[in-house]
Design a protein around this ligand. Structure first.
Ligand SMILES: [Mg+2]
Length: 340
């Protein structure tokens, strides 16, 4: 089963502004246009305090001012937000190269090939982002992108929601049909006229009714979406320079066999990420940190790029053979680079 993680930063622009202006923390903040509520323009982001007054993204700034006259209005400072976004994306890409960058404050990660439980990975991501940026995010984990995105929205802010196939009827079906990907305001109003208000209504409607009304392709996609079916892949725009894993042992290893077993395990993980990302590698590097923190690497370059588990494992072991393993080993790492 696939394990897809969707991460969405909480009120991202407002959160960056609060971090920059701590005196604004907790106050209603509205960010949009040039920050002048008397001008034309729409709300880009409202802080949670402003949302309590009914202010949300997309409404005119003037309307926001009427709803919440005490709000602080700020201009959109896209460059600052993009800088913070970049920091976050680097953290995410270090978890797995299988990252789809969907926007300034959102991304999907494919965790299917990872050993750790997805919830553990999600908690670690939340912690690392909080430490690096001071910002909170919400994460959804599900068997596909469609459900992961719905899941990340279920417990905002600072949420972590795991959905399985079994949760679809109970958790997804009661939601308004608008929450489904591909349902914009137009489709929503057509569906409502057909008596379809919730995702569950759509799931139990006949496919024929949907394809008649929305055409064979969109009609079928909508119906499948309501059933929680989505096979769309993670699309990687991000070009990794290298893919690697390392592990610090609970206790230092001194037996060659234990070290070899650990290296074989790391190599399997790295090769599976490499293959899943559709790359082949030319260079293999093994890193060893000894118990006294002395850290060394050995690398070798193959004749040509490869994604063969056998070939890459052999290369990793050749590198390992070039270490003098006289001290016990605290950390072991394996990395492939020169990717094609
Ligand atoms: Mg967001």
């Amino acid at each position: 089963m696939r394990r897809i993680l969707h991460i969405d930063m909480d009120a991202f622009f407002a959160a960056v502004e609060e971090r920059r202006h701590p005196n604004l923390k907790g106050r209603p903040i509205v960010i949009g246009g040039r920050g002048d509520p008397d001008s034309r323009g729409v709300v880009s982001t409202a802080s949670y305090a402003a949302r309590k007054y009914g202010v949300h993204s997309g409404i005119p700034l003037r309307t926001a001012l009427k709803l919440c006259p005490d709000a602080v209005f700020l201009p959109v400072d896209y460059r600052s937000y993009a800088r913070v976004s970049e920091e976050i994306k680097i953290i995410l890409a270090s978890v797995t190269p299988l990252m789809e960058d969907v926007g300034i404050d959102e991304a999907f990660l494919d965790l299917s090939a990872m050993d750790q439980p997805p919830e553990t990975i999600a908690r670690e991501i939340k912690k690392r982002i909080l430490e690096a940026t001071g910002l909170s995010c919400s994460i959804g984990i599900a068997p596909n992108k469609l459900l992961a995105k719905i899941a990340s929205d279920l417990q905002k802010p600072d949420g972590l929601t795991v959905l399985g196939e079994d949760d679809i009827a109970e958790t997804i079906w009661p939601l308004p049909v608008r929450k489904l990907r591909g349902v914009g305001p137009k489709t929503e109003s057509v569906l409502k006229r057909m008596g379809v208000h919730t995702i569950g209504d759509l799931a139990v409607a006949s496919v024929e009714r949907m394809t008649e009304r929305f055409g064979p392709s969109h009609g079928r996609t909508l119906h499948r979406a309501a059933l929680g079916i989505d096979e769309s892949p993670i699309i990687i725009h991000w070009e990794p320079k290298s893919i690697g894993r390392e592990t610090t042992f609970q206790r230092d290893l001194s037996h060659w066999q234990e070290i070899a077993r650990a290296l074989a395990h790391l190599t399997r993980q790295v090769v599976s990420s490499l293959k899943a990302a559709g790359y082949r590698a030319r260079t293999v590097t093994v890193k060893v940190r000894f118990s006294d923190f002395d850290t060394q690497t050995r690398a070798m370059t193959l004749d040509g790029p490869s994604d063969s588990p056998d070939l890459l494992r052999r290369a990793a072991f050749q590198c390992l053979g070039r270490f003098e393993l006289k001290k016990s080993v605290r950390l072991l790492g394996m990395r492939v680079s020169k990717l094609e």
